[in-house]
Design a protein. Structure first.
Length: 226
């Protein structure tokens, strides 16, 4: 898979120094600057330490099966500015090249928050996933409109909770099926919204969240023939 991150530090130089530090014990394969410059830090054939404790489709050693791309952006703790257009063009070009060479399926271009929803929120709700999808990178459907109506909330229990937990797990998120809208479910729903339904990121499974998830699963299955 390809895993997209933001650097989440105040300056690009500080982020690059940390990714190149032996003591920090963190690394990525690529580093994309705000002006679109691309620096390769780790050969693709080598393991980089960018995912941390994470999971996708039951695989918990994400570092062993992913290419990590760090995108310069200070992130939520430091103002979280928009990603420059030239930077996103560089992300698209790099991802297209990697997915072509390595035959990476569209659904396996993911956010760090997808594989570590309880710990991470990058690259965040401002990241332009639709623009990537229009260029042939990643899985995307136009999110169902957010409208008032019934919703599933933290603390709820029952069959409807079991259903959405099964759907999220089937899509790839690491979670149990408990029938209770617990803390893990809230984290996972929030991560899903950040990536696939960013109009409202609140951890509440409303109609828009549920319908968008259903349509993504259908789109994935249509791609894979399942």
């Amino acid at each position: 898979m390809i895993l997209l991150h933001y650097t989440g530090m105040e300056s690009p130089d500080e982020a690059l120094a940390r990714l190149c530090s032996i003591e920090a014990r963190v690394s990525s394969h690529y580093f994309i600057e705000e002006d679109g410059g691309i620096i390769q830090l780790v050969p693709e054939a080598r393991r980089a330490w960018h995912a941390g404790v994470s999971s996708w489709h039951g695989v918990t050693d994400i570092n062993s099966c992913s290419i990590g791309i760090e995108i310069v952006n200070p992130g939520h703790d430091f103002g979280y500015p928009d990603f420059p257009a030239v930077q996103i063009e560089a992300v698209i070009a790099l991802c297209r090249d990697i997915t072509r060479r390595r035959q990476i399926p569209l659904p396996r271009v993911l956010a760090h928050s997808d594989v570590a929803p309880a710990r991470k929120n990058d690259p965040g709700e401002k990241f332009p996933w639709p623009k990537l999808a229009n260029a042939g990178v990643g899985l995307w459907v136009e999110p169902t409109q957010v409208i008032p109506g019934p919703e599933l909330d933290p603390g709820d229990q029952g069959g409807a909770i079991t259903m959405i937990q099964k759907m999220l797990k089937d899509f790839g998120y690491g979670m149990g099926v408990t029938g209770a809208y617990d803390e893990t479910t809230t984290y996972v729903v929030t991560a899903f919204q950040r990536h696939y339904r960013p109009a409202r990121v609140d951890g509440i499974a409303d109609h828009s969240t549920l319908e968008t998830l259903k349509r993504l699963i259908a789109a994935r299955d249509a791609l894979t023939g399942t």
